[in-house]
Design a protein around this ligand. Structure first.
Ligand code: PLP
Length: 480
């Protein structure tokens, strides 16, 4: 028999322990973030840690919270924190604002359910407000709407499925065709697959020398499909490709969308944040011609995972796609505010708007814009510095705070450049000074630095390039 009194007393004590534990976690986090420059700029886990984690048994009796925390602190948290490091230039990662952390913790503590308006009205109003503001930055009208999602992959899928629901009849599913560029993020092709499109219903349009979708080739492909009796319905353009930060020619693609009555979804998972900048917002010209777009706040707006939005120019098109209104929810369907579950895929979901709200309101949009402008600035400084070195080739124009380049000394056989640049990357990572990885552009292996991490300073960029140059010059002899 359960001794109810004793059990309840135990639960009260446990709650005290839990609160103490939460406070302790926050203190540890603060210490770690303050000494960020002292750790390796990438996720680094020891063999010992891997073994330990693999072997920890699931506890039946429970054990002291502190012990559980220490294990995780050393082997999980500290082994991953490097992505916020000022010299982490790999991937597309954001240093996290403590405001975002606070927002995430508060949302989780109160366990806010952002699925429907009546479950947490305040959080819904905040979400609607942010979405309206972000839609207006994109040039969308007041009828626009959308929702926060877990990430760019989910936002892209949300927009693409809306395309199918609004452009095609069910009979047309089998002959429908979707178009994207060879620089599109993998989540675009994955989303198309998830929608049930076959390989022969997906066209990959080549990009030009600046890694932007070629609109003439896009239109040519559409015309060929029309002639063959197929139904072009969706174009997915990129605003900030993962490789080079390139932005597809949105005004031209917008005109093609208009001419052929298609849906244009813009993947702004990375580049969406340029909308925050007065200076660089004009690069998003043409976005207002799209039907929907994605924007990850966990990429370039200081947010912790998972924080993204999908916004449609006409929110009714999302409702038409996603609303089901099952009877058991009848009482909590609210007519004035559209519920999150009627705008997207998820039902129960955390409020991802609150963390961004904390950041926007506490920092102010001017400071967020500075983060964007500074990244562009640093990438231009980097380009100039590399040109001054000689022997380095700029492989794509700096865009969205991202620069691709390679070491290409005349006295080394160009067939060895790929191996040489891979080795430069390997050595800089090994040195624990900076995290710079390679990518492949038009068949060439190149070094890529994504400088959007909000902790990165100009000195971090120039010091890293000095180090790369030094490493490259030392290595050169072994490739001659
Ligand atoms: C990161 C990224 C995605 C995927 O976003 P997730 O948040 O990782 O799901 C999609 N598109 C682009 C351009 C990206 O950079």
């Amino acid at each position: 028999m359960l001794d109810r009194k004793a059990f309840e007393e135990e639960m009260r004590e446990a709650r005290q322990q839990e609160l103490w534990g939460a406070e302790y976690c926050l203190n540890r986090y603060t210490e770690e973030i303050e000494s960020l420059r002292e750790i390796a700029p990438y996720a680094k886990i020891s063999e010992e840690a891997i073994r330990y984690l693999e072997e920890i048994p699931i506890s039946t009796e429970g054990k002291p919270f502190r012990q559980v925390l220490e294990e995780l602190q050393d082997y999980v948290f500290s082994a991953a924190v490097g992505l916020s490091h000022p010299r982490c230039f790999a991937f597309v990662t954001s240093a996290v604002s403590p405001y975002s952390v606070a927002g995430a913790i508060m949302s989780d503590m109160y366990n806010l359910h952002a699925g429907g308006y009546q479950l947490s009205p305040g959080a819904n109003i905040i979400e609607e407000k942010l979405i309206r503001w972000m839609g207006s930055l994109a040039g969308y009208p007041g009828s626009s709407g959308g929702l926060f999602t877990s990430g760019g992959s989910m936002s892209n899928l949300t927009g693409m499925i809306a395309a199918r629901a609004n452009v095609l009849t069910e009979e047309e599913y089998q002959i429908a065709v979707a178009y994207t560029s060879d620089q599109a993020h993998s989540s675009v092709r994955k989303g198309m697959k998830l929608m049930g499109l076959r390989q022969d219903q997906i066209r990959i349009i080549p990009s030009d020398e600046d890694f932007r979708m070629d609109p003439a080739l896009l239109e040519k492909a559409i015309c060929e499909d029309l002639k063959a009796g197929r139904k072009p319905f969706l174009i997915v353009a990129s605003m900030g490709t993962t490789n080079t930060g390139s932005i597809d020619p949105l005004p031209e693609i917008g005109r093609i969308r208009e001419k052929y009555g298609m849906w244009l979804h813009v993947d702004g998972a990375f580049g969406g944040s340029i909308l925050l900048s007065e200076i660089y917002r004009n690069l998003a010209k043409g976005l207002e011609l799209s039907d929907s777009f994605s924007w990850d706040l966990h990429k370039w707006a200081l947010q912790c995972y998972s924080c993204s939005v999908c916004i449609a120019r006409d929110k009714k098109q999302l409702v038409r796609t996603y609303a089901e209104h099952p009877e058991y929810l009848g009482d909590i369907i609210d007519s004035e505010h559209i519920d999150g579950w009627d705008l997207g895929i998820e039902m129960s979901r955390p409020t991802r708007a609150i963390r961004f709200w904390f950041t926007v309101q506490a920092m102010g949009t001017d400071k967020l814009a500075d983060v964007i402008d500074y990244a562009f600035y640093n990438s231009h400084v980097a380009e100039r510095q590399l040109k001054s070195f000689g022997d380095w080739e700029i492989c794509a124009k700096p865009m969205c705070g991202t620069l691709n380049f390679r070491y290409a000394p005349k006295d080394v056989d160009s067939a060895k450049y790929d191996a040489l640049n891979s080795e430069i990357s390997r050595q800089i990572i090994e040195s624990d000074f900076a995290y710079v990885v390679t990518t492949v552009l038009k068949g060439k292996r190149v070094l890529r630095m994504c400088m959007i991490n909000g902790n990165t300073t100009t000195d971090d960029v120039t010091d890293t390039l000095d180090k790369l140059n030094e490493t490259a010059r030392k290595l050169k002899a072994s490739f001659m």
